[in-house]
Design a protein around this ligand. Structure first.
Ligand code: ADP
Ligand code: MG
Length: 680
């Protein structure tokens, strides 16, 4: 179906300008869009409950005969009740319709109706208030419930969909090639659309749904794979020497098995001559930096340069420090390039990168500038990848020829989602923390106990340790939210006046921020008050206590990231979450944080609490919202769709064959919707 040919929703009867505007709010402009607007859930009118057996306060569908026409009871202005009795065998119930004269007028004495709604049973009287009613001749069925908007009820949408289907059914051509449908036992699009809206039975609904889920996931997989493979099918530099063992033996600590495994997986990739695309997933503190260092070291041993890009100046600085410590003894020269690098330094660094005398460039987006030219860039690493778009990663990679790409993520994602989001990226997991780590003891308290918490902080500072206090905002304004600036000031003047307090927040100049961070790293600053700028990557093992103010303002993953700033040494660390929030979600989050420490488990809980739509939403990962697939339950279909995507692209990498025309259009539509920037 050509998009241009698709008909406007206005061609449907009953859809004028006003209603069309309401449909537009739901993202529906054409008849085709409408057919792809799937029900959110279903009402099961196909199972009839005998009235005598109806359980109080449960929703059911009852067939009964109206004993009389409804009687109107005028209650007050704007409120009229219409009531009548309906009978099913020996059982009777009172039916009440509120204010809907139109619905009441359709009820005729002696006729049979289906009533769908909640029955209340009190002794021998049964009642239904505002049930949905339809003539029994219409037949019992499974009825769709649509996501709705104001002024557009699910029933209105249902009527429109029926009409749309009736006039447009033949226009539905199937983007899935026949052979593929056969291979995966998928029904035709027409059947799927009809049965997803108006299923004949639960079985036909399942068949329809599976097919639509498959298509949605297939298109997503194809799209992401194609985006990634752009310009990456050439020959990548082939790794000949593996120096990782030597490197490990130089480390001040013994690498964990997980670190060894991750390094050797990447080394194997780089031996093949095909550009590596690998994601390293590792919980906070699992030691991703050492893995990156090992890879850069081996890259240098093979005569390649590497680049490591981090999302913030603070983080780049931190990486620079730790990588230099790890790599310079091994003869690898490291440089830092950020927004605060001076012009003179920069000139020098650029010169040396071009000549190849610096083997590793660590930096922020500054690395992407055109003036940054490498002599022989072989490996590109990005840290905390969800902050970068695919474009930026590609821009960095394009500074070499078919460079190897390694992405490190500290946001643990449930396996299902990882598969979905990273599609064809190979994944390594650091599922082990360095030995001796103790889980951070975490407590949720209310603000009445704040002074005690600060006393606890003080005690640690007196013992020579450092601490973080995290506040949600920079300046005061929104009610009681603890703003970092004022907060730092009040501590300085009050309970913590004898200690060195530093402040960092997102509105500071990078150079100011870097200075405070450096002072915190060196121990000059004992207590760091900050906003979430410290969320990612900061590594000060001597900081063993963290207080989070207004903890309810943070999501689970964010709290987990924050908490990961402590517990980085062998000392028992503590995290105190202060919150007065009373809502269930917030309380549940506090509970989870105080009871779980594993990032993957927390991510699973996060997924449960927020639901896949939100977790997986555009904001988080830059992916299009899924219409029908559900991360929790469609894992099996996802695997099939992935397998199919691989097979298709192997056969036809650009979807040029005529049988893939429909799929290609959908993939293009997906790119248009997401924008390339957002796709990770
Ligand atoms: P993340 O995965 O969060 O980036 P880092 O790479 O910053 O973690 O490592 C956290 C801390 O653990 C660092 O201080 C690092 O030196 C240390 N570390 C890493 N690997 C090991 C190991 N195998 N044994 C002991 N300490 C380690
Ligand atoms: Mg890190």
């Amino acid at each position: 179906m050509e998009k241009k040919e698709t008909r406007s929703i206005r061609t449907l009867k009953g859809v004028g300008e006003q209603r069309a505007a309401k449909y537009a709010k739901l993202g529906i402009e054409t008849v085709e869009d409408l057919l792809h607007h799937y029900p959110r859930s279903y009402e099961d009118w196909s199972v009839l409950t005998p009235l005598a057996e109806a359980v109080s306060d449960t929703v059911c569908c009852i067939q009964a005969e109206a004993m009389s026409a409804p009687a109107a009871h005028y209650i007050r202005k704007g409120m009229t009740l219409y009531q009548f009795m309906a009978v099913d065998g020996a059982a009777k119930m009172k039916v009440t319709i509120f204010n809907n004269r139109f619905a009441a007028d359709r009820i005729r004495a002696g006729h049979n109706y289906l009533f769908y709604g909640k029955v209340t049973v009190r002794g021998r009287t049964r009642e239904m208030s505002s049930p949905e009613i339809q003539p029994a001749e219409m037949g019992a069925s499974i009825r769709p419930v649509y996501p709705q908007t104001e002024g557009l009820s699910s029933r209105m949408i249902e009527t429109a969909v029926r009409q749309a289907f009736y006039v447009w059914e033949d226009g539905l051509s199937d983007p899935l090639p026949e052979a593929l449908r056969q291979e995966y036992a998928l029904c035709h699009l027409r059947y799927a659309i009809r049965n997803v809206h108006f299923p004949k039975s639960h079985e036909t609904l399942a068949v329809a749904r599976r097919r639509l889920v498959f298509e949605e996931l297939l298109v997503l997989q194809l799209g992401m794979a194609m985006l990634r493979s752009r310009g990456r099918n050439g020959q990548a530099p082939k790794l000949n020497v593996d120096k990782s063992k030597e490197f490990f033996s130089m480390l001040p600590f013994a690498p964990t098995d997980a670190q060894r495994r991750a390094v050797s997986e990447a080394v194997e990739d780089m031996r093949t001559g095909i550009p590596m695309s690998r994601l390293l997933q590792g919980d906070v503190g699992s030691g991703k930096t050492a893995v990156a260092a090992a890879l850069c070291h081996t890259a240098a041993a093979n005569g390649w340069q590497s680049a490591l890009m981090a999302p913030t100046g603070i983080l780049a600085e931190q990486h620079y420090q730790s990588l230099r410590e790890l790599l310079e003894p091994a003869g690898v020269r490291v440089a830092l390039l950020t927004g605060s690098t001076t012009a003179a330094q920069k000139r020098d660094i650029l010169e040396q990168l071009k000549e190849g005398t610096i083997q590793l460039a660590v930096g922020t987006h500054a690395l992407l500038q055109e003036s940054v030219v490498f002599q022989n860039l072989g490996l590109v690493i990005t840290d905390e990848q969800h902050r970068f778009g695919v474009e930026q990663r590609a821009a960095l990679a394009s500074k070499g020829q078919n460079t190897h790409v390694y992405v490190m993520s500290a946001t643990p994602i449930p396996r299902t989602l990882a598969l979905m989001i990273y599609g064809d990226l190979d994944i390594s997991v650091l599922d082990e923390l360095p030995p001796g780590r103790k889980p951070v003891a975490t407590y949720a308290i209310d603000s009445k106990k704040r002074m005690r918490a600060l006393g606890f902080v003080k005690k640690h500072l007196d013992e020579g340790y450092q601490a973080y206090i995290v506040c949600p905002l920079v300046e005061e304004g929104e009610g009681d939210l603890k703003a970092a600036q004022q907060y730092a000031r009040s501590l300085e003047q009050g309970p913590l006046r004898d200690y060195q307090i530093g402040l960092v927040h997102g509105r500071m100049k990078p150079s100011e921020k870097d200075k405070v961070m450096a002072d915190f790293s060196s121990g000059k600053v004992q207590l760091l008050v900050s906003t979430t700028v410290i969320e990612v990557g900061v590594n000060v093992p001597n900081a063993v206590i963290m207080v989070v103010e207004n903890a309810e303002r943070f999501g689970l993953s964010q709290l987990h990231q924050l908490r990961g700033r402590v517990g980085r040494g062998n000392v028992q660390s503590h995290c105190i979450l202060i919150s007065d929030a009373q809502n269930e979600q917030a309380k549940r989050r506090m509970w989870i944080m105080s009871h779980l420490s594993d990032g993957f488990q927390i991510a699973e809980e996060d997924l449960k609490l927020r639901g896949p739509g939100d977790f997986f939403g555009q904001r988080q990962h830059g992916l299009p919202a899924l219409k029908i697939a559900d991360m929790a339950s469609d894992m099996a279909v996802l695997r099939e769709a992935q397998e199919a995507a691989h097979a298709i692209l192997k056969d036809d990498p650009n979807l040029e064959a005529s049988q893939y025309e429909g799929l290609r259009r959908e993939v293009e539509g997906l790119f248009a919707q997401v924008g390339e920037q957002g796709l990770n």
